[in-house]
Design a protein around this ligand. Structure first.
Ligand SMILES: *Cc1c(COP(=O)(O)O)cnc(C)c1O
Length: 440
């Protein structure tokens, strides 16, 4: 299909090309029992990931003392943001029905972004496999034994490579170097200098490229192919990364139970997830669906300059199309979201259980960044604000509500959860620059 045919068949594509902000609620979603077989993973796989993270918790609490308070479990808090809710209502001139919460993955330990879920999990999975195969570890051991010079020596025979726009590299780089692996991060042009500096200070080898994420990933893959002791972490297709993210679902369910937040047919939950290649939001959405069933509704958010998942799912072309094929430049200030071609795995696996997709301008993210700082004193990086317009859009979209059976009563009981995916480790001088861009 050429661009003209695409535009004829999918009028929304014209708006994407014009870089307009859009929202699309997919009329073809199904119930979870119909959608689940397409994922190729089950609740058993998520339980396995959860158990693995539990085994590593004693190690993590030693290796990263900042995780000792949560006993080595890397998890973020939820926070109600009522002042932000009011500010959003005035900004959009739209009532947001129900309550508004923030999920602060921005403040996750070790790497300050959602990547502390998937990236760290994949490194640990690889380390466990190698150590067990070498007879140096069993799953019955206390994994604190991995925090030793002997084990670091063992892991130093192996290397890890990854391509990244920044945050995945941070999480995989810091974790790999800590456990003892040699690690190379292949960074795209848009990656921030401070992230490269930080990684190098941890002993990570950083390769820099003039091109975007897709090229950085390809270069990482190539470098790894020529070295049998090197493991390439494939952000575009990894089931392991995906499962690392998915554990968030049961964790959120426990947090909601503790905070007395109800989720059922009368109390719908809407979750707004910033999307880059798709593994992070896809994995989280999968875990949420397993935890809350058809009562959770996931909406992905992307920059107008990088709407790769919306484009792939809407046209059904998935990873057979990139935003650049339509002349969209994939240049955005939103770290982690500057991805032109979505994961083919995530789009195909998850499209039936994702309610919708929104896009927003970079300036819109900056404005919301300033607004959240002003109203709640919470500071995030631009990408982490991508989901923030979602609650007002869902509250306004009467066609979507009618199709889904969200009556006024149900909407009044709704919980809107904006997933804040990064920003906790942004240096102050960088944050000052972000805040200066806010005009709201
Ligand atoms: C990586 C990232 C995302 C999106 O994750 P993907 O797996 O690339 O879709 C969102 N926000 C931030 C801050 C990220 O670093």
């Amino acid at each position: 299909m050429n661009a003209e045919q695409l535009i004829t068949n999918f009028p929304l594509v014209t708006k994407l090309i014009k870089l307009e902000e859009v929202s699309w609620f997919n009329p073809n979603i199904t119930t979870l029992d119909v959608a689940l077989p397409y994922v190729g993973l089950t609740s058993l796989d998520v339980a396995d990931a959860s158990a693995r993270l539990q085994r590593f918790a004693p190690y993590l609490s030693l290796a990263f003392p900042e995780t000792a308070v949560t006993k080595g479990i890397i998890e973020s808090e939820i926070e109600t943001i009522p002042a932000m809710k009011s500010a959003l209502e005035s900004r959009y001139n739209q009532e947001i029905t129900g309550q508004l919460l923030l999920k602060k993955d921005s403040h996750l330990p070790i790497s300050g972004s959602i990547k502390a879920r998937g990236g760290i999990y994949e490194v640990l999975t690889h380390a466990e496999k190698l150590a067990i195969a070498a007879g140096m570890l069993t799953t019955a051991d206390n994994y604190q034994k991995l925090f030793s010079e002997e084990m670091r020596q063992f892991f130093s025979q192996f290397s890890i490579a990854v391509g990244s726009t920044g945050n995945l590299g941070m999480s995989i780089g810091i974790m790999s170097a800590k456990i003892g692996f040699k690690v190379s991060v292949h960074m795209s042009a848009d990656a921030r200098q401070w992230k490269k500096d930080k990684l190098r200070s941890h002993g990570v080898i950083v390769h820099e490229y003039e091109q975007d994420y897709g090229v950085a990933v390809e270069q990482g893959r190539k470098a790894a192919e020529s070295d049998p002791s090197c493991f390439f972490i494939d952000d575009e297709n990894s089931r392991t990364l995906f499962l690392g993210y998915s554990v968030a679902g049961e964790r959120l369910k426990a947090q909601f139970a503790g905070a007395d937040i109800k989720v059922d047919a009368e109390h719908p939950l809407f979750v707004y997830l910033p999307c880059g290649v798709g593994g992070g939001p896809g994995g989280v959405a999968f875990g949420l669906k397993l935890a809350f069933g058809d009562n959770v509704h996931c909406i992905f958010a992307e920059p107008t300059h990088s709407p790769c998942m919306l484009l792939g799912v809407h046209t059904g072309l998935h990873d057979n199309i990139a935003v650049q094929d339509l002349g969209i430049d994939n240049i955005t200030a939103a770290d982690g979201l500057a991805v032109g071609r979505a994961s083919g795995f995530v789009g195909r696996a998850m499209e039936r259980m994702l309610d919708g997709y929104i896009t927003l301008h970079d300036q819109h993210m900056y404005d919301l960044l300033g607004l959240l700082d002003n109203t709640q004193g919470i500071r995030l990086e631009p990408s982490a604000l991508a989901g923030m317009p979602g609650p007002a859009q869902v509250s306004a979209d009467t066609a979507y509500q009618a199709r889904m059976g969200f009556t006024a009563d149900r909407m009044a009981n709704a919980t809107h959860l904006v997933w804040a995916t990064g920003g906790g480790m942004v240096p102050e001088a960088e944050m000052a620059k972000y805040l200066a861009r806010a005009t709201a």
